[in-house]
Ligand binder design. Structure first.
Ligand SMILES: Cc1ncc(COP(=O)(O)OP(=O)(O)O)c(N)n1
Ligand SMILES: Cc1nc(C(=O)O)sc1CCOP(=O)(O)O
Ligand SMILES: [Mg+2]
Length: 212
């Protein structure tokens, strides 16, 4: 089963991205999504090559946002695809069954659609407003997760759900109670002056009731 914490990268330049990813790895994150929007292929390729080496060094999972062909070229661990990106079946045909394919959802109907398409996990959000992503879907709040996760239980849909969008340490306990598997975060880790402490606090809350 997947780790409960995914770090999504940010930064306007290759150098800033790499710096933020390196710091997240140093802080203990072991699942990185490289998200470098509105960049020419050449820049994404340069960054992906560097991140691949770093993630191997730290024995961390490395997935790429949006770009299935770049993920294939890099031999990355997988991709994350939104509702307007390449379809999950098309990505699966390219990457095969052994790669991670994450999908985005904002409604229960999206969850049904993405699960039927065979994604490995779903990023369900946004939980609340965030500056990290433009053109956000409607915010769900805690009640949105309660409603969608309850419907999933009724319909026996077991795809792991990651809450995403403006999540802070304070939100985790109530989100975990809704039945989510984990969280995907960017801003709180990137902006934290005490990343190692924060990542440990996130793990403590995410794994509080997990018997190993
Ligand atoms: C874990 C996770 N969940 C959702 C998203 C959003 O993906 P998408 O809707 O394709 O938007 P962009 O990230 O591409 O702007 C995500 N990246 N990761
Ligand atoms: C990349 C992304 N996708 C979202 C969605 O709702 O689909 S919210 C989001 C941003 C996540 O970063 P932060 O933790 O800084 O809010
Ligand atoms: Mg996308």
């Amino acid at each position: 089963m997947f780790n409960k914490l995914q770090y999504i990268s940010q930064g306007e330049t290759i150098e800033k991205q790499l710096h933020n990813i390196h710091q997240a790895l140093d802080a203990g994150c072991d699942w990185i999504q490289m998200r470098f929007k509105n960049q020419p292929f050449e820049n994404r390729l340069i960054l992906a090559e560097a991140v691949k080496i770093l993630c191997e060094e730290y024995k961390s999972n490395f997935i790429i946002n949006d770009d299935v062909l770049l993920a294939q070229k890099m031999g990355a661990d997988g991709v994350h695809l939104g509702l307007t990106d390449m379809s999950i079946p098309e990505a699966r045909a390219i990457l095969g069954d052994r790669k991670i394919i994450g999908a985005t959802a904002n409604t229960f109907e999206d969850v049904v659609f993405q699960s039927k398409n065979g994604c490995d996990y779903i990023g369900l959000g946004p939980f609340q407003f965030t500056e990290t992503k433009e053109k956000l879907s409607p915010v769900l709040g805690n009640d949105g997760y309660v409603s969608i996760l309850n419907k999933m239980k009724t319909e026996n849909i077991t795809t792991p759900i990651y809450a995403i969008g403006g999540i802070t340490l304070e939100n985790i306990e109530s989100l975990i109670k809704t039945g989510i598997h984990g969280i995907a975060v960017s801003g709180i880790i990137t902006k934290s002056p005490e990343k190692e402490k924060l990542v440990q606090q996130l793990y403590d809350k995410l794994y509080a009731n997990v018997i190993i």
